[in-house]
Design a protein around this ligand. Structure first.
Ligand code: 5GP
Length: 342
């Protein structure tokens, strides 16, 4: 449906290496034929599902393909251009700074390279505003988390306003939030916004309770927060009281099997309460989707009208980590881009 493609959109939950398209993977495979990597190792097609463990193995394969500055630059440019082509006007991209001894890649250069790609897109006149969230992989523990926060802090202070926050992601079955809390507190105190994956799997109640005390500025997934799925009213109350927006990724959750089917996605729970809920892709490459499809899926599954969908995309602007002036500009653009009839 053309409506969803033309709808101006905000994307707030996109992992760089999970967003690499089929076409870009093709170019990467051609650069590294000796790795013997095939497409079915880097993407989960429609109708297929994977365990969480299998999903995390897919990221490892992609990381093998993306291990030089040149790769990261190309991947970041392609991803930004693809989101723009899909009608995304504001994108918050997140990625875990990675060091690769073999190729001489450092974490600092990793971040710089992504930011250079973003700037080049801007210079090329691509119609999209991009900001960056530095990601902590929870698997790597306390010290790496603290180093990552320090790096993010430096970038936030030294550059052009492109680095606005921090993400906490990685395999939710590994590690515990309590070990990462000092790093997250530091990040919060220095002005980095926090977008944290919370309650992605059922066993994280205690961790979620702890991390909600920060409180985070946005929640990724929050699949198991509400009481119907083993969460609790206390958790829901904390999210509501602090008015913390949720980033919701339908295809990702169904293909990754944390949600049994689209109609049982927790979007329904939060949307019906009128709680700020933002439709996102998570990993458009790995899960073979794009943001237009995700909006259409939400609309068809939950019976949303075009007007409802319009409001949903407009309300996402207030959930961004963009400065107030940019939020106002985006709101004006939405008014300008609104079709006269739906
Ligand atoms: P990157 O940070 O390398 O750009 O993107 C891939 C990484 O994002 C993965 O290795 C993982 O740490 C994180 N990631 C991507 N999708 C998900 C997800 O659905 N859940 C969690 N917890 N982490 C994810």
């Amino acid at each position: 449906d053309i409506f969803y493609r033309e709808l101006p959109k905000v994307e707030l939950h996109a992992h760089l290496n999970g967003s690499v398209s089929f076409q870009t993977i093709e170019k990467l495979i051609a650069r590294k034929p000796h790795l013997n990597i095939e497409h079915n190792m880097t993407a989960i097609r429609n109708g297929q599902r994977r365990t969480m463990d299998e999903c995390f193995r897919v990221f490892k394969v992609i990381h093998q393909l993306v291990d030089t500055e040149e790769d990261i630059f190309m991947v970041a440019k392609d991803v930004v251009n693809e989101f723009a082509a899909d009608g995304v006007k504001y994108l918050e991209l997140r990625s875990t700074p990675r060091e690769e001894i073999k190729t001489g890649l450092t974490k600092r250069r990793y971040v710089e390279t992504v930011l250079e790609a973003v700037k080049q897109c801007k210079g090329d006149g691509v119609d999209i505003d991009v900001r960056f969230l530095v990601a902590i992989d929870r698997r790597n523990g306390t010290e790496v988390a603290m180093e990552t926060v320090k790096l993010a802090e430096e970038f936030m202070l030294s550059t052009d306003g492109l680095v606005v926050g921090l993400d906490l992601s990685g395999d939710p079955t590994v590690g515990h939030g309590r070990d990462l809390l000092p790093a997250l507190v530091r990040a919060k105190n220095c002005g980095l916004k926090l977008a944290l994956h919370l309650s992605e799997v059922p066993s994280q109640l205690e961790e979620t309770e702890l991390l909600l005390t920060l409180p985070p500025d946005r929640i990724g997934h929050g699949t198991f927060l509400h009481p119907d799925v083993g969460g609790s009213q206390t958790l829901v109350d904390a999210v509501v009281k602090n008015n913390i927006p949720l980033e919701l990724c339908l295809t990702s959750n169904v293909k990754g099997q944390t949600v049994p089917c689209y109609s049982e996605h927790h979007f329904k729970f939060w949307y019906q309460m009128g709680h700020p809920s933002v439709i996102c892709t998570d990993d458009k490459g790995v899960f073979s989707t794009d943001l237009s499809q995700e909006y259409e899926l939400a609309a068809t599954t939950f019976g949303l009208s075009h007007e409802d969908v319009w409001k949903l995309s407009q309300q996402a602007i207030d959930c961004t980590f963009a400065p107030e002036t940019l939020k106002q500009q985006l709101k004006q653009r939405w008014i300008d881009l609104r079709p006269r009839v739906f």
